[in-house]
Design a protein around this ligand. Structure first.
Ligand code: URA
Length: 277
């Protein structure tokens, strides 16, 4: 699959969608699919980006096409595949951001679940031009169930306001959805456990631009990244989505001199996310 040019891949996918839609129109409600070992492994790792450019390919981002007009990868409603009653759907089969949230509200897939007060799923516009991804909730976020509502969050909110936007215009989430104890850095197994949620959030929200805040989200979307100090301000593609990494607001609180650099990144982000198609 990875070797197919993306046009052929899209044609194949569209032909499959047409075929499945025809079967659904004929009244077919169930489809048993024999697992392909390579695909199963890809789904297991949630390696959807391999369909297009590799995640760390540097490319000029496409001008934003309104979300409603853009094809969204793998929406099962269009494919007409029904789920067995009581079966736990793979996140890739969940069709709305609210149902994705509901699906994970009681998640105990990793050890962070047991210690949380609230799962901090994400908040904001569900078809945003800008999506911010931070590291993980802190104490205040855990208490309120909302991302970036503590001191670092107040700074992020100020930066968003300085862009002429509100939090309701953008979408804000984190790499991990539950608070790591003592606000430690999330561990690889915790990041891996939350990865399907983040992946599906990106697909469903379909932002014009993703802004990663700090090292953790940068490394998730670009595993080869050297680190935020080297990579901030340098745009890359994560599958179909352009990404601009910048500093985490908590870093700015400790290093106020870096705010000017971060503000330059935010202005760059505005230009990229809101330029006309
Ligand atoms: N830091 C983060 O990375 N995320 C939050 O939600 C709050 C602080």
């Amino acid at each position: 699959m990875a070797d197919l040019p993306s046009n052929e891949w899209m044609e194949l996918l569209e032909a499959l969608q047409r075929r499945l839609a025809a079967l659904a129109a004929d009244g077919m409600r169930w489809l048993n699919v024999a697992p392909d070992p390579a695909m199963a492994a890809a789904v297991e790792q949630d390696s959807l980006p391999s369909q297009g450019a590799p995640p760390d390919t540097v490319a000029t981002p496409p001008a934003h096409t309104p979300a409603a007009k853009r094809p969204r990868p793998g929406e099962p409603a269009q494919l007409g595949i029904a789920m067995a009653e009581g079966a736990r759907p793979h996140p890739a089969s969940i069709a709305t951001i609210d149902s994705l949230h509901d699906h994970y509200r009681d998640c105990l897939n990793c050890k962070l679940g047991a210690g949380r007060t609230n799962l901090v799923f994400g908040t904001g516009n569900d078809h945003p031009r800008l999506m911010f991804i931070g590291e993980g909730p802190g104490a205040e976020e855990d208490a309120q169930g909302l991302p970036f509502v503590g001191r670092a969050g107040a700074l992020l909110t100020d930066l968003i306001k300085a862009m002429g936007l509100t939090r309701a215009d953008v979408y804000i989430t984190n790499v991990v959805k539950c608070r790591p104890p003592e606000n430690r850095t999330p561990q690889p197994d915790e990041i891996a456990s939350c990865r399907p949620i983040l992946q599906r959030q990106i697909e469903l929200l379909d932002p014009a631009l993703i802004v990663t805040l700090g090292n953790a989200p940068l490394k998730v979307l670009k595993p080869s990244a050297a680190g935020i100090t080297r990579e901030r301000g340098v745009q890359f593609m994560y599958a179909d989505w352009p990404v601009l990494p910048t500093f985490h607001p908590a870093y700015l609180l400790r290093n106020p001199a870096a705010i000017a650099t971060c503000w330059a990144d935010f202005r760059h982000a505005m230009e990229l996310a809101y330029r006309q198609t």
